[in-house]
Design a protein. Structure first.
Length: 492
């Protein structure tokens, strides 16, 4: 690994001159703090390369001055900057160095902050148990010191871990405690982060309107203080909520704004997230080649920065594209890769999505022989959705189970589950998912054969197919309109 503290040519010579001219200890300390302060501003506005340069200069001067406290502060700051540009192994390694220095000089705040950075690095790399271990160490020290700022940051970070593990009740508890502390302190940046986190929890629970409310509050706060990284996150989240609500125009607009900011500030993890979401919009609209292009760009970045969790989600998405293209061999490859990652990191939401994808794939490959295996995956998707308290996930699982019941000629059960799935999607205001439910009802009837279907279900399938066409036309899902055409319903 390249040494982050490399002493480079002219820059190092200039610093040595500055140090010789500043023999006064106070002036040297002021010089270090000036570099630190400027690095912090650069990092906040997304000029990460300049932030790295100033921070490294601060480290060089601190080493020369033999000020262990300032040296530890600069190393910890450098750790955070590497985290901002998704270099998590460097972040963890530097935070460990700062921890050792802080421990040596008995600086408890520094130790707590170092633990927090180590926790964040593990969290970003998908090692959630290790992340919780270090976050809790940090929180314990902050509480003993009555450090409200440190507690606010760490509480929010712990909430993020529980959110990704699907324990939303615990996540809300930590988020709200963090937000309360940050409001009391007037910490605007911290408030923005907590508002975003609360929005994400509502998002995963399927309350997209509530999620948009919190994302928008967060964006406003971040714009007021010039937090470019935060703005990129909020715009990405706003796009994701609009996508769920079927407004792909607004979704695409916000994803592209997010991607532009994240490129500008060097946030590679964020770029991958934005590309993943742009790919999802393309997938929903039936532009499979465009979806693959965006997903593969995202996956390439995630592999380069070691974003394990991100690779799991994108691999699942790529698998679903290949399923949509009827390339079932490649679909299996990507879904198996995603499943391996999800199992290793223990992320329930990812496991739920993969179960849905596998059930869809098995039904498409061979409905008659695949029903039992599809049923197993559909049941697993339902169990995970219930554990996650995900209304959207439950509706997806119900839709799968309904399609399987029709294949088994269990009409009454299938009809009941279709209706329940549609009702859930309607309550969640997800037009794309509603239209898919309508379509799958009719498609399942066609797969069985209309001559074997009770008349009332055949009539209902025709009604649902017309409704599906109306929604797909409105949102511009051309591939889905083509599928409706294949079943045999023409536009009015």
């Amino acid at each position: 690994m390249t040494q982050p503290l490399r002493e480079e040519g002219k820059s190092y010579t200039k610093i040595k001159i500055e140090m010789k001219e500043s023999k006064d200890i106070d002036k040297i300390e002021l010089l270090i703090r000036t570099y630190k302060g400027r690095a912090e501003v650069y990092n906040l506005v997304g000029e990460n390369e300049n932030a790295l340069k100033d921070c490294k200069k601060g480290i060089l001067i601190s080493k020369w001055s033999k000020d262990k406290k300032l040296l530890a502060d600069c190393i910890l700051q450098l750790s955070g900057i590497y985290g901002a540009i998704s270099q998590y192994e460097k972040m963890r390694s530097l935070a460990k160095k700062s921890f050792l220095l802080y421990r040596k000089i008995k600086d408890k705040k520094g130790v707590a902050d170092s633990f927090n950075n180590i926790g964040f690095a593990f969290y970003s790399l998908g090692d959630y148990s290790k992340a919780l271990e270090f976050y809790n160490k940090s929180l314990k020290i902050d509480q003993a010191r009555h450090d409200c700022s440190g507690q606010g940051t760490t509480l929010n970070n712990i909430g993020n871990v529980y959110g990704y593990l699907g324990n939303y009740l615990k996540a809300f508890k930590y988020y709200n405690n963090a937000l309360k502390i940050q409001k009391e302190m007037g910490n605007c940046r911290g408030q923005g982060e907590s508002l975003t986190s609360i929005g994400m929890a509502y998002h995963y629970l399927g309350d997209y309107s509530k999620a948009l409310e919190y994302y928008s509050k967060s964006l406003k706060t971040q714009e007021e203080i010039g937090d470019r990284g935060g703005q990129g996150d909020s715009l990405n989240n706003i796009g994701a909520a609009y996508s769920k609500l079927g407004d792909y125009g607004k979704a695409h607009e916000n994803f592209n704004k997010s991607l532009e900011i994240r490129k500008e500030i060097g946030d590679r993890r964020g770029q991958a997230q934005s590309l993943n979401h742009i790919g999802a919009v393309s997938l929903n609209l039936g532009n499979y080649e465009k979806a693959l292009e965006q997903y593969n760009k995202a996956l390439k970045i995630q592999k380069e920065i070691g974003d394990t969790r991100g690779q799991g989600y994108v691999s699942n998405n790529i698998g679903f594209v290949y399923y949509s293209l009827c390339d079932y061999k490649k679909a299996h490859e990507y879904l198996e890769s995603a499943e391996k990652i999800a199992t290793e990191i223990g992320e329930k939401e990812l496991l739920r999505r993969i179960a849905v994808s596998f059930a869809e794939l098995i039904l498409a490959e061979n409905a008659e022989k695949g029903t039992e295996n599809a049923k197993i995956y559909a049941e697993e998707a339902m169990k995970l959705a219930e554990k996650l308290k995900s209304k959207s996930g439950k509706a997806e699982a119900l839709l799968l189970q309904a399609r399987i019941e029709i294949t088994d000629n269990r009409w009454q059960i299938a009809d009941s589950r279709f209706k329940e799935a549609i009702k859930n999607f309607e309550e969640l205001k997800q037009p794309f998912e509603i239209a898919k439910a309508y379509y799958y009802y009719a498609q399942s009837i066609k797969t069985v054969g209309t001559g074997l279907v009770p008349v009332q279900f055949d009539d209902k399938s025709k009604e649902y197919l017309q409704k599906a066409r109306g929604i797909f036309e409105k949102i511009g899902a051309k591939a889905w309109l083509g599928k409706i055409g294949e079943i045999g319903v023409s536009s009015a």
